[in-house]
Ligand binder design. Structure first.
Ligand code: ADP
Length: 212
């Protein structure tokens, strides 16, 4: 199974991903975690350019294609081999983020992004994406340290990103919105419950015996 976590920065993606991966491991699953962009030698180089080399000018289309290139390599080198070995894959962001940041918020055509995304990934998509959602100003307050290329685009841009995530979630049943403005444990419980309800046999907490 392939899961991804998404949402604007500061909403708690990394925190919830770690808890979710641990929950899966406690249930006896073999888990691979990764991040997009990144996760491969090529992807980490591209991530550096995409997020941290603000001095390198990057037009919207070139930016989109570099994200796609990173993702293509991640799918081929990391995600597909793991899925073939029946491991659980948990990824920090995926194609949806590209659609929302460069499309909904960045002005590129959303339908084109999905199309290019399909080419880049060969159709590999998360079985379920959790979009962590909260007001952008509250999320920004959680971020410490230097802002990256995306984070430095300001609260208006982030608000378009947030609304993009909500719009995509409203029309896709493989994307669920989670209220991220709550206690960490409460959010984790909800995520676990959703996965257990969708795939009760694979992710039951307790091994049930004497079911015959
Ligand atoms: P993201 O990966 O989405 O940027 P992080 O998981 O790195 O978010 O969390 C950003 C900051 O907010 C961290 O300092 C983290 O400890 C804190 N944090 C995460 N979830 C919550 C929460 N539910 N309530 C309060 N603080 C949180």
């Amino acid at each position: 199974m392939f899961f991804s976590f998404d949402g604007i920065d500061g909403t708690g993606k990394s925190t919830q991903m770690d808890l979710f991966a641990q929950f899966l491991r406690d249930g006896g699953h073999d888990v691979l975690t990764c991040r997009d962009p990144g996760g491969t030698m090529l992807g980490e180089r591209l991530r550096e350019i995409l997020l941290h080399k603000a001095e390198i000018p990057l037009g919207g289309r070139a930016e989109m294609l570099l994200y796609m290139a990173s993702r293509a390599q991640l799918v081929e080198e990391v995600i597909q081999p793991a899925l073939r070995q029946e491991r659980e894959v948990v990824c920090d962001r995926f194609l949806l983020a590209n659609v929302v940041y460069q499309g909904h918020a960045g002005g590129l055509q959303v339908s084109e992004l999905w199309q290019v995304g399909r080419v880049a990934t060969g159709g590999t998509q998360p079985d379920l994406t959790f979009v962590l959602d909260m007001p952008v100003d509250a999320a920004a307050q959680r971020i410490t340290g230097q802002l990256d290329r995306m984070e430095s685009r300001g609260l208006d841009y982030m608000d378009r990103v947030r609304r993009g995530f909500l719009a995509e979630a409203a029309r896709r049943d493989d994307v669920v919105v989670i209220d991220a403005d709550r206690e960490i444990a409460e959010i984790h419980d909800q995520i676990r419950t959703i996965v257990q309800a969708r795939w009760p046999q694979a992710f039951a907490t307790e091994v049930q015996e004497d079911r015959r």
